[in-house]
Design a protein around this ligand. Structure first.
Ligand code: HEM
Length: 152
């Protein structure tokens, strides 16, 4: 079960990142009047779906399958002093929760703005923050906790 969920989580990162970029770009392009429905909302929904699935897989890993987080939960004090455990138990999750909150803020808060300009800026900034948080939290090759780009 662990390798399967890890592989899904690893590949789904590309969908979440690409759809995040597409949703941010679409929000930037949206010139619809505030009285109209914003255009291209399917990008927002697809991005939210990919991120939600990613969070679901992440939580399965975090609270059950990952040996890193299991070790960290056994001794949180020690985990804080071990760079690998600290990354998986705190840093990765914290950045991804920033992304999750930013996407929801973009959809809920920004969509209620009274002018089209404020709505576009709000959605664009929130999706941009979400994208940056995801990029910052991914264990890219070359980093201390590097993982493969394409897990096979
Ligand atoms: C709250 C949400 C999330 C949680 C709790 C979470 C948790 C985890 C955990 C526990 C691991 C595995 C450590 C291991 O046992 O090897 C992991 C790996 C990983 N996560 Fe997340 N994650 C979350 C969201 C995300 C998101 C949104 C992305 C990217 C868009 C992402 C990208 C990755 C990548 C690329 C790996 C390495 C996969 C591999 O080894 O190939 N995670 N995550």
């Amino acid at each position: 079960m662990y390798p399967v969920i890890l592989m899904i989580h690893s590949w789904l990162r590309w969908a979440a990142l690409l759809l995040g970029a597409a949703a941010a770009f679409n929000a930037f392009r949206d010139r619809a009047d505030a009285a109209e429905r914003p255009r291209g909302q399917r990008w927002d929904w697809a991005f939210m779906l990919a991120l939600d699935l990613q969070v679901l897989c992440g939580l399965l890993l975090y609270f059950g399958l990952s040996p890193f987080t299991s070790a960290a939960m056994g001794n949180m004090g020690m985990a804080l002093h071990d760079p690998a455990l600290r990354f998986w138990a705190f840093t990765h999750v914290a950045t991804m929760f920033v992304a999750l909150v930013a996407v929801r803020a973009g959809r809920v808060l920004a969509m209620g703005e009274p002018t089209s300009r404020a709505r576009r800026n709000g959605r664009c900034i929130c999706f941009g923050i979400a994208l940056l948080a995801m990029v910052a939290g991914v264990p890219w090759p070359g980093l201390a906790n590097a993982r493969p780009l394409f897990r096979l």
